[in-house]
Design a protein around this ligand. Structure first.
Ligand code: NAG
Ligand code: NAG
Length: 373
């Protein structure tokens, strides 16, 4: 249908009067549509805009209890349903629209509903933002799942499990911000999703997010291996109550860690009072890892700007990857061997200083000797 229309339009000779006619027709159709459908669902203020492939419901003010069926025989042609603030419970008849790909049910109230998409296998874009959900919905568990964008933001979800997204190989973005997230199970599963590029976990709660379990070295190796085989991969993770140090421990320092850090450069990991205290050993390990990433923009990256450790006052944040934090903290500038030993530290600076002092002493001595000769 679309193709035909395009062909028609492009063989037109573009002339002003022609455009006027087109504009007239469009406004006429528009007025017919709005007058026909303005009371499309009885006892509501809903406004419906219906085409063969797409349903849009506006201004329903959470009055609907189910999705209407207008043309039972054409139901399979509908691929797009946009119904913001429309429902006060889960629309059971949604299952009948089995070819729907784009679904916006944001702003509905599904607080006491069992939100279940198992019956829909063609979904690409799902928006359930601000729907009072307290758990992630059920989806069809089939590895050929098409889902690419899933918006679950502004809900009441406390527990997120990475493994419930395992059967979505095509997911590109997951929006989970503004949920009071407390725990994340199987976090590594998110990083293993082959096409995932962004994960927003900026929680609305004030408690720290716990990982169950945390991602161990073996998983980071696996993730690093996967990512090093996809050169264009970037992964943007956004967190607030999940400090970088809890995500990636300083003990992880293998080759794959460099790959991982360079793919995470655009991430924002905001500090909170759960951020660990700064200490010289961690600072040194994290900074060495960061400095080994071979990209020009690493110091202006979002990751560099936002990742912090806490100073001992428990309030002030200092940048984890910034060399100045290391210096301000008076961490010893020693060789590796001395740094890790427990022997009282001599600072590298003072060693250079004394060496240069003795060198200048010798020079002065030589000059004096020369003068005398
Ligand atoms: C939406 O409904 C309200 C009444 O609840 C009405 O006042 C308002 O004009 C409607 N908005 C639109 C865009 O039709
Ligand atoms: C989902 O809907 C909300 C509210 O209508 C909107 O602000 C948000 O941008 C939508 N999300 C996506 C991914 O389109």
């Amino acid at each position: 249908m679309f193709v035909e229309q395009k062909a028609n339009c492009c063989s037109f000779e573009v002339r002003l009067d022609m455009w006027l006619i087109v504009v007239l027709i469009i406004s006429l159709v528009g007025s017919i549509q709005s007058s026909t459908f303005s009371s499309c669902i009885p006892n509501t203020n809903c406004q419906c805009y219906l085409t063969a492939h797409s349903f849009t419901f506006l201004n329903c003010s959470q009055k609907l209890t189910d999705l209407p069926i207008f043309h039972a025989q054409n139901i399979v042609n509908v691929t797009r349903i946009v119904a913001p603030n429309a429902f006060r419970e889960w629309p059971v008849q949604l299952c009948k629209y089995k070819n729907v790909q784009i679904l916006d049910l944001s702003g509905s109230n599904f607080q006491n509903s069992f939100v279940n998409f198992s019956c829909l296998t063609q979904l690409i874009h799902v928006n359930l933002s601000q729907t009072q959900l307290n758990r992630t919905p059920e989806f069809h568990r089939n590895m050929s799942n098409h889902l690419q964008f899933l918006d679950l933001s502004k809900n009441q979800i406390k527990h997120v499990d990475g493994s419930s997204f395992r059967s979505f190989p095509n997911l590109i973005s997951i929006f989970l911000q503004e949920n009071p997230i407390e725990t994340i199970g199987n976090m590594s599963e998110f990083f293993l999703l082959p096409r995932l590029q962004s994960l927003n976990l900026i929680s609305s709660g004030s408690n720290g997010i716990r990982l169950q379990p945390s991602i161990n070295e073996r998983y980071w190796e696996k993730i690093g291996e996967l990512w090093s085989n996809s050169p264009r991969k970037t992964f943007v993770i956004r967190t607030k109550n999940l400090p970088f140090q809890n995500l990636i421990s300083s003990k992880n320092s293998g080759k794959s860690m460099k790959v991982i850090l360079s793919k995470l450069l655009d991430s924002t990991i905001f500090g909170s009072d759960q951020t660990p205290l700064c200490n010289c050993v961690d600072l040194r390990l994290y900074q060495r890892l960061f400095s080994s990433i071979d990209t020009l923009k690493k110091y202006s990256s979002a990751l560099f700007q936002t990742t912090t450790c806490l100073l001992s006052d428990g309030v002030t944040h200092a940048r984890l990857f910034d060399r100045r934090t290391y210096l301000d903290f008076r961490c010893p500038l020693l060789s590796k061997k001395n740094f890790f030993s427990s022997i009282p530290r001599l600072s590298f600076g003072s060693t250079i200083f004394s060496a240069s002092k003795s060198f200048s002493f010798i020079v002065v001595l030589l000059v004096l000797l020369f003068k005398h000769v």
